[in-house]
Design a protein around this ligand. Structure first.
Ligand code: NAD
Ligand code: DAU
Length: 379
């Protein structure tokens, strides 16, 4: 088990980052280190999602500070250098990205900037610090999974199953499936994955990489299928289904993704990649059906009335048909298992959105961005 002391989490104010930080502080007793959350607070970053963590572990907590927030862009090398020096970073978990496929179709440039150039900048700064530490340590670097302490920096890159392309009716993505990205988003993530592995093979930077399927759960920005549908159902608004609604995704509750990341960080083989998935393939229309039942049950609404708000709309250009993950490697090698069933996860998610209207309304009104404006002016 590696002893991770100063973890730089990038994009920690986004959906998966928030859940990951909460998981480490609240439900991972083996973790005793510090988290430095570097986030540019784009439209997808919401600092209010971490208020509770800030209170308990941040600078005003009144006890040992274990959580730090830094506003900054992963493309900004100078900023990165300063953070690596200031906090003596030994672990990077790179969540920061533009993550929404529809937005990548409308405006691909920021995807290339953040996902490709940002990952490049982060890798290069991590490499410099890793080499400096290597010069300070005596003897060769123990790049091994069971080494108790590895000098320098371990770099974990959080990626997606979308890099593998689209499946037909049969088959699964494995870690050796050739990359075949189809959207600007997945192409930019594929490029970043290649950079990560190149930094390992060429320079020896200790890296790990994970390719995960569709996540769902609390704190997800309501542009993605599941939160969008829940909120629209609760408010009697139309439910837009792209194409015939039979596209298939493999869904995983976000906390289980966080647990997988923790397993890889603490004992994953360096230089290797791990697929992570829910072993839970669902057509979009089947998910909407499940959600209708749960929302109706939790709110006393008439399920038939909700069903009548379904609208089949124009398809997403280049819409990938099916994703399915073979995650036997992480299960067999690291003992990771999904803990939350899809049904249980969906119920928790519906309840969370029902009980967190303030969070939703802050996003809709733009109020969640006030913190940035108050502290840094309008951007
Ligand atoms: P998100 O869009 O909810 O959050 C992204 C976060 O990154 C935000 O807080 C944003 O402010 C920050 N960010 C964006 N550009 C930045 C920059 N240049 N510098 C610093 N911070 C920046 O995304 P998410 O759904 O939490 O996804 C996180 C990561 O996981 C992404 O890399 C994504 O590709 C990957 N992933 C997501 C899923 C999923 O289902 N959501 C599945 C597999 C992998
Ligand atoms: O597979 C992992 C990926 O999952 C991540 O890498 C991405 O960051 C994440 O956004 C997600 O991508 P998808 O495109 O699969 O997720 P999204 O929620 O946008 O869409 C899920 C499916 O639902 C997809 O087939 C498109 C469809 N859809 C989506 C929306 C927003 C609709 O039918 N209607 C909608 O309004």
């Amino acid at each position: 088990m590696r002893n991770l002391k100063n973890i730089l989490v990038t994009g920690g104010c986004g959906f998966i980052g928030v859940n990951f930080i909460r998981l480490l502080f609240k439900h991972t007793p083996e973790f005793s280190g510090r988290i430095i959350n570097l986030d540019a607070l784009t439209y997808a970053g919401n600092i209010t999602s971490l208020q509770e963590i800030e209170k308990e572990f941040g600078i005003d907590s009144g006890s040992t500070v274990r959580y730090f927030f830094e506003l900054g862009d992963i493309c900004d090398r100078q900023r990165l250098e300063g953070i690596f020096d200031k906090y003596d970073i030994d672990t990077v978990v790179n969540f920061a990205a533009e993550s929404h496929v529809d937005r990548s179709i409308l405006g691909p440039e920021t995807f290339v900037k953040t996902n490709v150039m940002g990952t490049f900048a982060l890798l290069d700064v991590a490499r410099r610090h890793w080499q400096l530490d290597a010069e300070d340590s005596s003897g060769p670097l123990p790049v091994s999974a069971d080494a108790e302490y590895i000098p320098g920096v371990i770099f974990h890159h959080v990626s997606t199953d979308e890099v593998y392309g689209s499946l037909g009716e049969a088959g699964f993505f494995t870690e050796t499936t050739p990359y075949d990205p189809r959207s600007p988003y997945s192409a930019s993530k594929a490029a970043s994955d290649h950079l990560v592995m190149a930094w390992h093979h060429t320079y020896g930077l200790p890296v790990t990489l994970s390719n995960c399927s569709n996540n769902f759960g609390p704190f997800q920005f309501p542009e993605k299928l599941i939160p969008l549908m829940i909120i629209n159902m609760m408010e009697g608004k139309p439910l837009p289904v792209y194409g015939d609604g039979k596209n298939i995704r493999d869904w995983l509750y976000v906390e289980d993704h966080g647990r997988a990341l923790w397993a890889i960080l603490s004992k994953g083989q360096l230089g290797e990649k791990y697929n992570v998935g829910g072993e839970n393939e669902m057509e979009n229309v089947a998910i909407i059906d499940e959600l209708i039942k749960i929302v109706a049950d939790k709110s006393g609404m008439d399920p038939e009335k909700i069903r009548r708000t379904i609208r089949f709309v124009k398809d997403r250009p280049g819409h990938d048909r099916r994703y399915a993950i073979d995650c036997s490697r992480i299960k067999e090698e690291l003992g990771w298992e999904r803990e939350t069933s899809f049904e249980e996860g969906l119920i928790k998610t519906v309840e969370w959105y029902r009980d967190n209207m303030t969070w939703i309304n802050r996003i809709r009104s733009g109020e969640y961005r006030y913190w940035v404006e108050e502290n840094y002016g309008r951007r």
